[in-house]
Design a protein around this ligand. Sequence first.
Ligand code: AMP
Ligand code: ZN
Length: 486
Amino acid sequence: MNIRFYNTLTKRIDAFAPQDPSHVRVYSCGPTVYDVVHIGNMRAFLFPDVLQRTLRAVGGYGVDWVMNVTDIDDKTIRDSAVGSDRWRSEMGVQTQDALANLKALTKFYEAEFLHDLAVFHIQREHLKAMPNATDFIPQMQSLIVEILKSGFAYVRDGSVYFNVSEYSTVHEYGRLFAIDTANFREGVRIDADEYDRESVSDFALWKGSKEGEPCWDFEINGQNLPGRPGWHIECSAMSRDILGLPLDIHTGGVDLRFPHHEDELAQCTAGYHEHDQATFWMHNEFLEVEGRKMSKSLGNFYTLRDLVAKGIDPLDVRFAMLQSHYRSVYNFTFDSVQGASAARKKIQDYIYDVKAASDNGYPSSTIGDTLRDAVFAELADDLHTPKALAALFTFMSEYPAASMTKEIAASVLIALIAVNDVFAVAKIEDRPLIEIPEAISQLANERWAAREAKNWKESDRLRAELTALGWTMNDGKDSYSLDPSA
Ligand code: AMP
Ligand code: ZN
C-alpha cells in the first residue's frame, strides 16, 4: 500500500519511500530525563510508535527506530546540582562528583520513562537504541571540530558557537520553520538550550565548564576547552552515529522545529556536508489543556501516574490521543478520556464476540481483508488514526459478530489482530470472567511490590486507593487476587 506523509521540510504531503526499499530508519527526539514526563510529552512518543507500527504493518517495512534520552542539558544539570531542591532520597546520596550526580538523577527518571512507555504500549522492544547523550561525547566533539573546519563556528570565552550569519551566506537557515531573519541579532550568542524564534542568534555547540557542572576535556588546536555539549549537537551526532545520514524520518513535537531541529539540520550540513539530515521531518501538534500547551512550566500537567491514581486506564488515554490526528491539537479533557473508554470497550467486546464466534474455525473468507484494507488505507494517508478508527467502527456496525459464520469470524479475527497491532488498545483473547481494568491491576501490582518491600505505609495507602475505586485485594502467601467490591 502506498504511504504518504506530511513533510515539514517540503511543507506538503509527499509519497513516502525509504532509501533502502525494505528498511526505514527513524530517529525520534526523546525525553529530557530530569523529571517524570507528562501526557503532553507522551503524545510526542506515541506518535512515532504509531508511525513505526504503521510502517511495519501497512508498508511491510523493517524499521530501525532510535529514540535518544537527553541526560545532559540545562535542566538535568540544574536538578542534579549539589543541594538541588529536586534531589530525592530514592536517587541515593549526592556526592561531590557532578557527573555521578547527573547520572543518578537521569538514570532514575529514565527508568520511570521506560515504565511509562510500557503502560502506554509504546514498543520499546522495537527501539534499536535509546542512547544517552553522555555516552556520545567523542562523536559530538568530532562534529564540532568539523563545523569549525568549515568556518561556520568560532571559539569565544571557552565555548564554541555556531555562526548563523556566516552559515546563512551559503546555506538556508530556516528550512523547517520560517524564521524572521530581520530579528537576527548578529554577534549575539545564546547559551541556553531553548530560546525563542524572536531571538535568532549564534547558539552554543559546546559550553565552557562552569563551577560544579559535569565537564569533559576537549582539545581544539592544541588548546583544552573543558566543558559539555549543547543540546542540539547531541541529536546530530547520535542520529548519524547510530543510523547513518540522511535518516528517512526524523520526529518530534512542533516546538522542536525551531530551534532544536533547525539547528540539528544546520550542524549536519555544516559538519557532515549532508544537505538533508532527514528526508522526512514529521512533527506532532500539542496536547493542550484549556487552550494552552500542557507543560511543566505552566503547571497544567498530568503524568500517567496521576491519571492511574484517579482510576483512569492509560490505554483509554492512548485511545483518546488516537482519536485526534497527530497534526491537530488534542484538547485534553476528562470527558474525552471517558468517551474514549466507552469506545475502546466496544472494540474489546467486539473482539471477544468475534473470537467466540470464530470457534477456532478456518478463515475461508475475504471479509477480514475488507476491514484491514479500510483501516490501513487511512493509516497510509498521513497516519490518519481518527479516520482509521472510524473505518473500524463502520465495519463493526456492518458486520455484527452475532451474524457471522465461523469462517467469516475467523477471517475478521485475523484482521482485528493486524489492526490492533497498530492501535494497541485491546486484548486478543477470550472474554475473562471478571474484567480487571488496567489502572486497577497497576495499582495492585504497585501495592504488592510495596508489601514485599515491607513498606507498610505505602501498602496501606494503595489498598485504601483500591478500595475507593471499588476493588478489594485479597493477599495470599505468594500472590494476590482482586474482587470487585460488592
Ligand atoms: P522535552 O522532554 O521537553 O524535550 O519534550 C519531549 C517531547 O515532548 C518533545 O518532542 C516535545 O516537542 C514534546 N512535547 C512537550 N510538550 C508537549 C505537549 N504539550 N504536547 C505534545 N508534545 C509535547
Ligand atoms: Zn533531538
